[in-house]
Design a protein around this ligand. Structure first.
Ligand SMILES: Cc1cc2nc3c(=O)[nH]c(=O)nc-3n(C[C@H](O)[C@H](O)[C@H](O)COP(=O)(O)O)c2cc1C
Length: 187
């Protein structure tokens, strides 16, 4: 399961994988993945994030029910309901990353959102490093008040993403990334 990658290889070759199947990382590896998030840059050490672990059939069904109730609350049609119901089953493990903003005189909310985003990224990298695939998704469900309420995320916080994690169904070929030079200027 473990593939030894150098840190630089990981940074250059990380790739998202939308086709994820069982097995998911076990509890020990989930703890490692979450611990990776705790090492991200965090101004003021505010730990402005929260992780909700959705693993196994029963939990995935709960999330599916939450998504369905969100579409129903918006009077969505049957097609939307059936699509939303299936979403959580795209992986055997989902980590919902949300913010937990703190009041701080020097650390505005936007920095805390960035830190929570770094946490999501670190967890994706960690999963990749451990030989699993992962994909960071948002979509309407991340911005739904119903979803937030039912996941216990207060309305003044944000869902940063649903990190889908599992075993890659198939390997994704390496991607040709855009050259960094296009995004660099010298002062
Ligand atoms: C905040 C955020 C939200 C995203 N939401 C979605 C999403 O809902 N659906 C999707 O297909 N990709 C989404 N993506 C993009 C994928 O996670 C992924 O980066 C993209 O498919 C490109 O693949 P790559 O990571 O291998 O370059 C999101 C990325 C970020 C950073």
């Amino acid at each position: 399961m473990y593939e030894l990658l150098s840190a630089q290889e990981l940074l250059l070759h990380r790739i998202s994988n939308p086709k994820l199947i069982a097995p998911a990382p076990n509890d020990e590896l989930i703890a490692t993945i979450c611990a990776s998030a705790m090492a991200v840059p965090d101004h003021g050490a505010l730990t402005p994030w929260h992780f909700t672990i959705v693993k196994g059939e029963a939990s995935l069904k709960k999330l599916s029910d939450i998504f369905v109730s969100a579409i129903e609350a918006e009077q969505g049609d049957e097609i939307k309901i059936s699509k939303a119901a299936k979403m959580p089953y795209r992986a055997p493990l989902i980590i919902v990353v949300s913010t937990q903003y703190k009041d701080h005189p020097k650390v505005p909310k936007q920095e805390q959102l960035v830190a929570a985003g770094c946490a999501a990224h670190a967890m994706q990298m960690s999963a990749y490093c451990l030989g699993y695939g992962a994909m960071w998704r948002t979509g309407d469900m991340a911005y739904s008040q119903t979803v937030k309420q039912q996941l216990g995320v207060s309305l003044d916080n944000d869902i940063v993403g649903f990190l889908y994690i599992g075993t890659p169904e198939k390997t994704i070929p390496p991607k040709q990334r855009k050259p960094a030079e296009e995004y660099i200027t010298l002062l």
